[in-house]
Design a protein around this ligand. Structure first.
Ligand code: BTN
Length: 247
């Protein structure tokens, strides 16, 4: 089964598009069958979307902005497993490139030291209580060296090297096939342990804020729906991304 999950994948290379996630959605709507691993990559994404209604800015031809279509057919209740294996694939790619100090900032931002190098936007299409299709949108900062947001970084800023975007994408898809296999073969314990091992602040006391308070708490885990599990004094709590900010 390994190395055959994406056997029929297509690579759709676009010069300019509003959002590769939107393009992937229309492809799924238009076609009766889309093979797993089909990837839409854009040289210039003009309305790139981020998490929680934000936008994703990326200079044309300098970074990777792409979406991968998967059909995991797992229960909606297990949806965060998808986020985990995507984040792990990005961590593995950066490891392979020799990058140090990589971490996953809950829920699925990829950081190098204190700065964000990649973002993930996952959108699910459901059928009954299962995930029929997942659109995995990824923005990875590669050769861009100036950013409007001060907490962004890129591969080139870290290593002073220029990267070939096509080679990088091919490497990523190969790694993703392996981490996706972990999900397909129900290796949940392995996935969970690998995710927590790379999770920023796991088992450490961190500062958080909600709409009403700021407090310190220890991250104890992440639920299968992706809620952050915290221990604040003696109290255990689960927080949704909309309810809490990780400072
Ligand atoms: C985030 O960190 O807020 C998620 C950013 C996700 C950006 C990628 S770029 C390719 C894909 N298409 C989009 O419109 N967004 C995702």
């Amino acid at each position: 089964m390994l190395n055959t999950l994406f056997h029929d994948k297509k690579l759709i290379h676009l010069q300019e598009i509003d959002s590769t996630n939107e393009y992937a959605k229309s492809l799924i709507k238009a076609l009766s069958y889309v093979s797993e691993g089909t990837t839409i990559v854009a040289e210039n994404q003009i309305h790139g979307r981020g998490q929680m209604g934000s936008s994703w800015e990326s200079n044309p031809c300098q970074n990777l902005t792409f979406s991968v279509i998967l059909s995991p057919k797992i229960l909606v209740a297990d949806q965060f497993q998808i986020s985990k294996i995507i984040a792990l694939a990005l961590v593995n790619l950066l490891n392979q490139l020799g990058i140090k100090n990589i971490s996953i900032k809950w829920p699925n931002d990829i950081y190098v030291k204190e700065k964000k190098i990649a973002g993930i936007l996952i959108e699910n299409i459901l059928k009954n209580n299962k995930i029929e299709h997942t659109i995995v949108g990824i923005g990875l900062n590669v050769n861009q060296v100036d950013f409007t947001t001060k907490n962004a970084t890129s591969l080139q800023l870290i290593t002073s090297q220029t990267y070939d975007l096509n080679i990088l994408l091919a490497n990523f898809l190969e790694i993703l096939e392996r981490t996706y296999f972990l999900l397909k073969s129900n290796q949940h314990t392995f996935i969970n342990e690998a995710y927590l091992k790379n999770l920023l602040g796991f088992q450490k006391e961190r500062n958080f804020s909600t709409s009403t308070a700021q407090f310190k708490a220890i991250i104890t885990g992440v639920s299968s729906m992706g809620k952050l599990q915290l221990q604040k004094d003696e109290q255990l709590m689960e927080m949704d991304i909309k309810e809490i900010t990780f400072l």
